[in-house]
Design a protein around this ligand. Sequence first.
Ligand code: DCP
Length: 163
Amino acid sequence: RAGGGAGAVGAGGPAAHTCLTPAPLFSLSSRQLQAEFVAERGWGQFHQPRNLLLALVGEVGEVAELFQWRAEPEARAGLPGWAPGERVALEEELSDVLLYLVSLAQQCQVDLPRAALRKLDRNRARYPADRAHGSARKYTHYQAGPTDAQRRDGPTDTCCPQD
Ligand SMILES: Nc1ccn([C@H]2C[C@H](O)[C@@H](COP(=O)(O)OP(=O)(O)OP(=O)(O)O)O2)c(=O)n1
């Protein structure tokens, strides 16, 4: 599964996004390259989980900055109207997010690719395609009975305060 998940773009016929590379999201060798980059600079001393988390959030802010104040059509899929330089900037900022995320996971001893695939499995189970199709409701909506938390806290699926 790990080798044929996100990377198996062309496996089931022509891919919608033909520009995607058929590589895993972040291979072991890429993670090692990142660890080497940090070690060669003696930056391990700065890469405590909290610092990496703050750096990650900062880079997410830089991604947000690229989107802020844009007219609605420019925020649509495919980013119509974005200049080539803006696309490069987005590539770089998203990569910074990924690189800090990878480092954070490493420092926390989380095997991120395995954990992400497991979470994907959990998401599949929580959101059965036949029931969740076309709906943005929370997974608790599809569960048979109330969870312990729901029993304790009462209903959470209301959108309006009760008058
Ligand atoms: N202590 C550090 C500093 C940097 N990096 C790496 C991870 C990111 O990929 C990138 C972040 O570098 P900058 O802090 O220079 O941030 P930007 O690349 O976003 O530059 P700018 O803020 O000018 O956009 O470098 C790192 O791993 N550890």
